[in-house]
Design a protein around this ligand. Structure first.
Ligand SMILES: Nc1ncnc2c1ncn2[C@@H]1O[C@H](COP(=O)(O)OP(=O)(O)OP(=O)(O)O)[C@@H](O)[C@H]1O
Ligand SMILES: [Mg+2]
Length: 306
């Protein structure tokens, strides 16, 4: 746990966020946050112990601007290998914007400008000579609203490996497709219909298809946006994806944006709380939901605003 980063974020927050005072009422500072405690009774705290302490992705003083407006105000964050880190915070606080800085998806937005440094291992991902297509394979992105290509299930998964020349021959490609669908927990459901359109699958299956598509190019990091408003999956489909996230985290580093605090509590090792473009607090998920360091975090998780 990088306490310096948190302390820096706190200092930064106090200095640049004058609106903060509007949330510092007595209630927010005195009342303990208890609403999520029960969820941790059944959670194994050893989960975190197995995780690596190697930094996989690191951001330093990252600012993001849309035209003149500053959406991310200087964020320092280390993301560790094989951890699941959840980004939470009120609508408009910059979660999606920050997530997109991690694989340069913001490049696709004309008005958007990013400053600061983002390192993937020892590589500066904003290096102008960097191959962005390759970067987005290394740091893949899965959206909650599934977006399969209008192609067969097989072609959806084989597209990336073909693009990146990852398969030696047809058999190798078939193996990659099967392996990816297996890892995404979809193989048994689709193995007899690989040539049918991906768009013909159910919502939950399409989401796992998109996860398989991301996995197929052997990413190191998977970014997931699970907060799109009109894509609610049923509880069983959601549970399947959440189970999948913990399985995938043994092999990949995962950053997930979610509107659901329960989901963050269920799937993540650490949680980062964003507020008005600042990173207010990043801590072990259990701590964030039971004894947050910052009163803004507490006000949010206890539902006093957001
Ligand atoms: N393409 C864009 N052009 C201009 N401003 C944008 C754009 N995308 C986001 N913003 C602004 O940047 C800020 C952060 O937005 P962002 O989408 O990152 O928030 P968020 O935390 O993901 O919110 P939500 O929970 O609603 O998805 C907001 O003020 C938003 O209006
Ligand atoms: Mg968002």
């Amino acid at each position: 746990m990088n306490t310096t980063v948190i302390q820096n974020s706190l200092k930064k927050d106090q200095s640049v966020n004058p609106q903060q005072t509007q949330f510092t009422n007595d209630e927010a500072t005195q009342k303990p946050a208890t609403s999520f405690v029960s969820q941790f009774d059944t959670q194994s705290s050893s989960k975190k112990d197995e995780k690596s302490t190697n930094v996989k992705l690191s951001t330093s003083d990252v600012h993001v601007y849309y035209g003149e407006a500053e959406a991310i105000k200087g964020i320092d964050l280390n993301i560790y290998e094989n951890e699941v880190i959840a980004f939470i915070g009120p609508s408009g606080c910059g979660k999606s914007t920050f997530l997109r800085t991690l694989n340069r998806m913001n490049d696709t937005i004309d008005s958007c400008r990013v400053t600061g440094k983002v390192m993937l291992d020892n590589q500066d991902i904003y290096d102008p000579n960097l191959d962005v297509v390759l970067l987005r394979a290394q740091v893949g992105m899965v959206f909650q609203k599934p977006n399969p290509f209008p192609k067969s299930i097989f072609d959806n998964v084989s597209y990336g490996p073909k693009l990146h020349g990852l398969a030696r021959d047809k058999y190798d490609l078939e193996e990659i497709v099967e392996g990816s669908l297996r890892k995404a927990g979809l193989w048994e459901e689709v193995k007899d219909r690989l040539n049918q359109p991906g768009t013909g699958l159910s919502g939950g299956q399409q989401q796992r298809l998109c996860i398989a598509r991301t996995i197929a190019v052997s990413p190191e990091v998977i970014l997931m946006e699970m907060d799109e408003p009109c894509s609610a999956l049923d509880p069983i489909a959601t549970a399947k994806v959440e189970e999948l996230i913990s399985e995938l985290s043994t092999q990949y580093t995962i950053a997930i944006v979610t509107h659901s605090m329960q989901q963050a509590a269920r799937v993540s090792d650490r949680t980062a709380y964003f507020h008005l473009g600042d990173l207010i607090e990043v801590n072990a998920t259990e701590k964030v939901f039971t004894q947050p360091d910052h009163q803004l975090t507490e006000a949010y998780i206890t539902g006093r605003f957001g």
